[in-house]
Design a binder for this molecule. Structure first.
Ligand SMILES: [Fe+2]
Length: 311
């Protein structure tokens, strides 16, 4: 299986990244705009939640929950899948935010090591903080993903910065910013498409991400925020992989999220879902956002096994 040879450096024009760069410079202060569009919320900021957890003695329990990752496996039936790809195992990783809790990088690597898979798809948020320690999150996330030893394709999340792209790609990860790559197997091919963040930056260009993808081709779309589900289905995606929600991160019993931070139905904020003919999966992410704790949600690495035929 090989990726179509393309330039990996300097291929993003000002047209592609200019809007994101502009928005990053306008919105991108540490605790302003992004805080309002990340977990937890403008109404209940991260600092307040952390204080509540400290006062109530729940910080330690929340941190232990955050470190307790799980591997989830599902089979995804895609009628447009070429036969050569039947059984393809995709490791889906999202929202590592490793600068928030660097210890998670070691735990995730240990968990991923024995897993058998063919390619890894990462759906954004290499970092938690936009400045300061954030770059350490990028470094740890890139090191973890590249260390998996398989091809890795990614999209950017709302916590990521366009200035991180060079560092990420230098580690061997291919970031898809409103573009796609074809991967080949046994003379067949499928497309991995990636859009820029559709929720906070709204710099997604689904048309550009599907350029060259035919109506009969099987395409998997990486979209950090699942809110792009309608556009993805219209573009003909067979499967959309997302993250961003952290599965609610701090939930009521039963996994009922206090905040979702995405404009899509609640059934799409964690796990597998379907919209019209398109399959979707929203990862609960590996790490936490802003608050180093989870309650009634678990961080995850998902393995999607692609199937052409129903067993
Ligand atoms: Fe995230």
């Amino acid at each position: 299986m090989k990726a179509r040879a393309e330039m990996t450096q300097g291929r993003w024009s000002e047209e592609v990244l200019g809007q994101r760069r502009l928005l990053e410079s306008c919105k991108g202060s540490e605790d302003s705009g992004l805080e309002a569009h990340s977990f937890p919320s403008r109404l209940l900021p991260a600092s307040m939640i952390s204080r509540i957890l400290t006062v109530t003695g729940l910080s330690r329990r929340g941190r232990e929950n955050l470190l307790n990752l799980v591997v989830k496996t599902d089979e995804v039936f895609l009628p447009s899948l070429p036969e050569a790809f039947d059984g393809l195992r995709i490791m889906h990783v999202s929202d590592t935010h490793f600068d928030l809790v660097p210890e998670l990088a070691i735990i995730a690597a240990r968990l991923a090591k024995p897993i058998d898979f063919d390619i890894c798809l990462f759906t954004g948020d290499f970092r938690d903080h936009l400045c300061g320690s954030g770059i350490e999150g990028v470094r740890l996330s890139a090191e973890f993903l590249a260390g998996l030893g398989k091809p890795v394709y990614a999209c950017l999340g709302n916590h990521d910065l366009s200035s991180d792209l060079a560092m990420i790609e230098e580690s061997g990860i291919r970031v898809l910013v409103n573009e796609n790559v074809a991967i080949e197997r046994g003379g067949n091919r499928i497309f991995i498409c990636g859009i820029d963040d559709a929720g906070y930056y709204k710099t997604d260009e689904v048309g550009a991400a599907f350029r060259g993808v035919g109506a009969d081709d099987c395409a998997i779309l990486l979209s950090h925020d699942p809110c792009a589900y309608k556009k993805a289905a219209e573009a003909g995606a067979a499967l959309m992989l997302s993250g961003h929600t952290h599965g609610g991160q701090i939930c009521f019993p039963g996994g009922i999220a206090l905040f979702t931070h995405t404009k899509c139905p609640r059934r799409m904020i964690a796990g597998a879902w379907k919209y019209k003919g398109m399959r979707g999966y929203t990862s609960s992410g590996v790490g936490g956002s802003r608050v180093p704790a989870r309650f009634f949600s678990r961080g995850e690495i998902a393995i999607h096994i692609l199937r052409k035929f129903v067993k």
